[in-house]
Design a protein around this ligand. Structure first.
Ligand SMILES: Cc1cc2nc3c(=O)[nH]c(=O)nc-3n(C[C@H](O)[C@H](O)[C@H](O)COP(=O)(O)OP(=O)(O)OC[C@H]3O[C@@H](n4cnc5c(N)ncnc54)[C@H](O)[C@@H]3O)c2cc1C
Length: 451
């Protein structure tokens, strides 16, 4: 040692850091954050791994910008999923970092949020629950002993790391854990498009009495002028966040192949279109967008790629029928929203008051005893998945996954043996309650006709 430095040379393979945990949660999107926090609160030693160097997955890094599927549909929507969600909503509201947007298309309420605030809320929840974070860690290998996953190995910029755990939660969105473990997975037989989201700031909401008016006018302009600006999607959507002078533009379609080269080639087109969509608003709607700028274009948004093969696949017939399975653990009212063409998407809302359910069997991998999934990689056909993959149901599925794993760790030989009734007992508010939130949203008329 001299002058405060020392000379170092790597002579052997780098040491692998090894962590022991009760549960390893793979994927720190809204599903993984929910599951990890709830398991941490149960006193479990939890490691949460993500390839990205932030928590919140797509909710933060894309950023999606709008929580959908939390409320029922109809003139007086109530909260369908309350576990964990009410904490998040309360903090977003307290920090004036969200907007309860009335959706005429879905006849429900969406929550538009500031992603930086959401990320910090997630970080504090995880810290307070004692969850250990391993960010920037890409899954490289999975050790499996027949029906038991034993360990995952990740590559990080600081060297390799191994997490050995008694149970695993698959919240990677792409079923990356199951895939690398050599377990059966599903993919759609047709492409499902993602979107390059554009977050805009400096929007002048003072020109309208109601931010929804700016939203409607922007959406009208997207439909009318899209050819002039070379936009491939027929209908673009804007979500307003007036307290921050921000707006979320969900206007593009990008293919999201699970291929490391092709993915980023497609992403480049999405970025171009995103910029053109912003230019359209700036030129055609200068009163509201003349002084606006692009605040961020994050990771290209991935809707649906690969799912687990669970004990049972949720089908679109069950979604449409609203089948209440005997092992139902999550309640959903979001429409079928399948982005299966470059120019459009199927949008099939349900009648007011309709709810459908996700069974525990669709979360539990058929071929493993210590693995439960949640979020956009649970077992469902592509149509059914398109109605349950939004963030409200993701939180509900994650709460159920956390409770199933916690019960399993209490002494069951397999997650398949955990009684669904015990999980249901713990997530009862998500299945039964009709909570108004916040009261002024639920009581005022949500769906006024367009003038
Ligand atoms: C463009 C777009 C718009 C959408 N609009 C809305 C909307 O308005 N409202 C709404 O509620 N929902 C919307 N959705 C759906 C919703 O955002 C997602 O389905 C939801 O965020 C999924 O959460 P998740 O936690 O399951 O997965 P993700 O948020 O995708 O998280 C998965 C995490 O796993 C990590 N991961 C994946 N593979 C690996 C690996 N090999 N190693 C380590 N980590 C890995 C990823 O880095 C990621 O952080 C939209 C989705 C898209 C793509």
């Amino acid at each position: 040692m001299a002058n405060g430095h020392s000379r170092v040379i790597r002579r052997t393979a780098p040491d692998r850091r090894v962590l022991e945990a009760d549960v390893c949660v793979v994927g720190a999107g809204i599903s993984g954050v929910t599951a990890a926090t709830l398991l941490g609160r149960h006193g479990r030693r939890v490691v949460l791994v993500d390839a990205c160097p932030w928590v919140g997955g797509q909710a933060v890094g894309v950023p999606i910008g709008t929580i959908g599927g939390l409320f029922s549909s109809g003139p007086e929507p109530y909260l369908l999923t309350s576990i964990f969600a009410t904490e998040i909503l309360a903090e977003l509201t307290e920090q004036d970092a969200c907007f309860y947007q009335r959706s005429r298309r879905a006849r429900t309420v969406n929550v538009v949020y500031d992603e930086v605030v959401l990320m910090r809320i997630f970080e504090r929840k995880l810290r307070d629950a004692g969850v250990r974070l391993l960010l920037g860690g890409v899954l490289a290998e999975v050790e499996r002993d027949d029906r038991h996953i034993r360990a995952v190995r990740v590559a990080t910029r600081f060297g390799p790391c191994e997490i050995r755990a008694r149970a695993f939660v698959e919240t990677s969105g792409d079923a990356a854990l199951s895939w690398l473990a050599g377990l059966a997975c599903r993919t759609a037989t047709f492409p499902i498009y993602g979107t390059q989201i554009v977050i805009v700031e400096g929007v002048d909401y003072s020109i309208a009495d109601d931010p929804h008016e700016i939203m409607w006018e922007a959406e009208r302009l997207f439909a009318e002028k899209r050819h002039e600006y070379g936009l491939s999607r027929e209908k673009g959507v804007l979500f307003p966040l007036p307290s921050r002078s921000m707006a979320v533009l969900n206007v593009t379609h990008v293919a999201t192949p699970l291929d490391p080269i092709a993915f980023w080639e497609e992403a480049a087109h999405g970025r171009e279109e995103g910029e053109l969509a912003f230019q359209l608003l700036k030129n055609e709607y200068p009163e509201a967008f003349g002084k606006a700028r692009i605040r961020t274009m994050g990771h290209p948004g991935i809707r649906q790629t690969r799912s687990i093969v669970g004990r049972s696949m949720l089908t679109v017939d069950d979604v449409v029928a609203g089948t209440r399975f005997e092992d139902a653990v999550a309640r959903v009212a979001w429409p079928i929203e399948l982005h299966d063409t470059a120019s459009g998407y199927r949008w099939e809302p349900f009648p007011d008051g309709h709810v459908h359910y996700v069974p525990l069997r669709s979360l539990v991998h058929a071929e493993a005893d210590n693995l439960v999934a949640a979020g956009r990689c649970v077992d469902a056909d592509p149509f059914a998945l398109s109605s349950i993959r939004v963030m409200g149901p993701c939180m509900a599925m994650a709460a159920a996954a956390a409770e199933a794993i916690d019960l399993f760790l209490d002494g069951y030989a397999s997650v398949h043996e955990v009684p669904a009734s015990a999980v249901q007992e713990r997530v009862r508010p998500n299945l039964e309650s009709r909570m108004e939130w916040p009261p002024e949203v639920a009581t005022r008329p949500v769906l006024r006709p367009r003038s």
